[in-house]
Design a protein around this ligand. Structure first.
Ligand code: SAM
Length: 289
């Protein structure tokens, strides 16, 4: 039954969205952030961190499929994947769908996000938490990349909060320099870069920083309904520019071999290759575009 209780997202000072709340499930102040999980009338269960929507059961597939399948299939032979943030478990689940992945290390700073996600959003991570190929570390991503051995990962996926608060360190020169160091020869990194119509500075600034450590820098698109304001961008930085140029048929062949073809609701081989085509208002934020 509908209530008259609403939750407002507080991401932008002068514009936003609100959800009618069926039921509040959790409200916790962790050591790092304010965490709220509630049941919405329209999007299933929703998690907010510091008032910002992180994930909804209704549209999480868009974001998770695009932040995971694009880099792994573009690389083509990824065995070791590092995930930073992503405490809800959705990226871990998608990474482990790939048959060729032998090891997925996930480093999430806030154990409370993991605990609450397991309890209230169990379908998002599914069985991934118990997969023998998964290692879940509660710690700061910046500390992890400082000490990880050189060339120890093929793909890094940064599913972080925005560059404010605890997520800020994941957008620094130091982070990207270490990411380049711990990636193998054809390694690549993707990260969430916000909605450029509203957060153009975020894309511009982080792309400029990634370009100091990686020869191939770009971004690709996903239309995530709850990240309001038009396309969101996922930042892309690779050691080998050929990863971005893999043809649609080859992506389809790789998806078939890895076991993900036919399992997705947003990602397709055509969406994969098309997502690198950027509208000028977004491309103008990238170095050298
Ligand atoms: N899909 C979401 C989005 O784009 O809005 C992100 C969701 S995910 C839950 C973001 C996670 O990044 C949070 O759980 C947060 O605790 C984690 N995080 C933020 N800063 C971090 C850091 N320095 N190291 C590791 N994890 C971090």
């Amino acid at each position: 039954m509908a209530t008259d209780s609403w939750i407002n997202e507080t991401l932008y000072a002068a514009w936003g969205q609100r959800f009618r709340v069926k039921r509040e499930l959790a409200r916790v102040q962790s050591a790092f952030q304010d965490i709220v999980v509630f049941e919405s009338e329209t999007h299933g269960r929703v998690m907010l961190l510091d008032g910002v929507v992180q994930i909804t059961e209704g549209d999480e597939f868009v974001y998770q499929e695009m932040i995971t399948h694009v880099p792994i299939l573009a690389h083509g032979a990824a065995k070791r994947v590092l995930i930073i943030g992503a405490g809800d478990g959705g990226v871990l689940k998608r990474v482990l769908q790939h048959r060729g992945v032998e090891k997925a290390v996930m480093v999430e700073i806030d154990g409370e996000v993991v605990r609450l996600s397991k309890e209230f959003l169990p379908t998002i991570g599914g069985n991934a938490w118990d997969d023998p190929r998964a290692e879940v570390i509660i710690g700061d991503g910046i500390d992890y990349v400082r000490v990880a051995p050189a060339e120890s990962f093929d793909v890094i996926i940064v599913d972080s909060t925005d560059p404010i608060g605890v997520g800020e360190v994941l957008f620094t020169d130091e982070f990207y320099a270490n990411a380049a160091r711990i990636l193998s020869q054809r390694g690549l990194i993707v990260n969430q870069c916000g909605v450029p119509f509203m957060q153009a500075d975020e894309l511009h600034e982080t792309s400029r920083r990634r370009a100091k450590s990686f020869p191939d820098n770009w971004a690709y698109l996903a239309a995530v309904p709850t990240y309001v304001g038009g396309f969101m961008t996922l930042g892309w930085a690779a050691k080998d520019a050929s990863c971005r140029a893999v043809a649609t048929d080859e992506i389809r062949r790789r998806a078939q071999a890895s076991g993900i073809l036919g399992t997705t609701r947003y990602w397709t081989p055509e969406i994969h290759t098309g997502a690198f085509n950027l509208p000028p208002y977004i491309a103008e934020n990238l170095p050298g575009a």
